[in-house]
Design a protein around this ligand. Structure first.
Ligand SMILES: [Zn+2]
Length: 387
């Protein structure tokens, strides 16, 4: 320990203070003897880097620990490389490295609150950011929406992001991490785009989650629905009573965010379908199948010389690209070897419509009303009263 202090050439008292500040974070470390969890904030573990061959860590006054859990003397910034069976730092092997800060750990130059844990996973390095749940939410707000939106819609976003995260944490309690940092779960990019309005929305809803039958719900949400939100069973097959789909004319006020056009040569479409594993060749036409009661396509029919097929709406979006075909609410026409898509809505359409929530907030609804509208039958409760 004192050797470590000498390397960094800082007064001993600075490190004593730093260690006292960071000690609670270390206690949260899995397997490190969590002695008084009830007194500590709820934490969450996010995968922020996956399958990297090297990762650079920097930051002021970081406390570094290795496999043993004891402080380690590493000169920062440091580049950690993937080795065959673990990690390598300047030729020294490690299984796991933890970098903790009372302010921010820089992972590949991006700041993150809490801890950054590095380990070998599969073919590369996995970096998990473990931090207080409420801090995670503050960082997330401006990745998902803009904190400049009316505050009640920002508060609604804070509640659903917290609800979603805690639901996933419970479902993945034995896993290396609870959430991806991409659209697969919730977009999160560290602490660099935190601001005071995001923090206000999180603190004014502190600890609040949506529940149904005394359980934290699966609070799916999406960018815009285009007129009616979708029932969960129409996307994923599972029927959830609070995700039945509701009318939402509100997002239609934001035409630029809701309407989309896309042109794709049939050859490109065919390549993407093949890359997704479909044995199709000579694609000549794309036809919309029947619509469900929410105005979304149940099927997309692909006419081809060989291997023509019919995909359900979500399968089609997945194969061609969720960012290319933004929703399953579209029409399509084929002419001169090119498919022209014209659609409304962005995302799967299940749960809260973010642009609709923004408009409802502008019209004077508070976040309780917004949430109970998009998740009918749910209750807003303190997580501490549910868990
Ligand atoms: Zn909507």
């Amino acid at each position: 320990m004192w050797f470590y202090l000498r390397v960094l050439r800082l007064p001993r008292i600075v490190f004593i203070i730093l260690f006292l500040l960071l000690a609670p974070a270390l206690w949260l470390w899995p397997g490190s003897g969590r002695t008084d969890a009830a007194l500590l904030d709820e934490t969450i573990r996010i995968a922020i880097v996956k399958a990297a061959q090297e990762v650079t860590i920097a930051g002021d006054g970081l406390l570094v620990t290795s496999d043993s859990g004891l402080p380690l003397d590493l000169e920062l910034p440091v580049t950690v490389k993937a080795a065959k069976d673990g990690l390598l730092v300047n030729g020294r092997p490690f299984q796991r490295l933890v970098f903790a800060s009372s302010s921010a750990v820089l992972v590949n130059n991006k700041p993150y609150r809490g801890l950054a844990e590095l380990s070998k996973n599969g073919n590369g390095i996995l970096v998990v950011n473990q931090l207080a749940l409420e801090d995670y939410l503050v960082g997330l707000i401006n990745c998902e929406i803009s904190s400049a939106w009316p505050i009640e819609s920002v508060k609604a976003q804070a509640v659903i992001a917290r609800t979603y995260a805690l639901n996933r944490k419970a479902a993945r309690s034995g896993a290396l991490y609870h959430l991806e940092s991409s659209v697969i779960d919730q977009v999160y990019d560290g602490s660099q785009i935190e601001d005071s309005r995001a923090r206000r929305a999180v603190s004014e809803t502190e600890g609040e989650v949506l529940t149904y039958d005394n359980s934290v719900i699966q609070a799916f949400y999406h960018s815009s629905c285009g007129g009616r939100t979708e029932a969960s069973e129409n996307v994923w097959g599972a029927r959830l009573p609070y995700l039945k789909g509701v009318d939402c004319q509100y997002c239609l006020n934001s035409t630029a965010a809701v309407a989309w056009e896309q042109k794709l040569p049939l050859s490109v479409l065919e390549d993407r379908l093949q890359a997704a594993g479909h044995k199709i060749s000579g694609l000549s036409d794309v036809k919309p199948g029947s619509q469900n009661s929410r105005g979304r396509l149940k099927q997309v029919v692909l006419v081809a010389a060989k291997g023509g097929l019919s995909l359900n709406g979500d399968q089609f979006r997945k194969a061609v690209g969720y960012g290319v075909i933004k929703s399953t609410r579209f029409s399509v026409q084929v002419a001169k070897g090119e498919a022209s898509f014209s659609g409304t809505g962005n995302g799967h359409g299940v749960g809260l419509c973010q642009w609709g929530a923004k408009q409802r907030s502008l019209e004077g609804f508070d976040y309780h009303e917004i949430l109970s509208y998009y998740y009918p039958g749910t209750k807003l409760e303190k997580y501490s009263d549910v868990s």
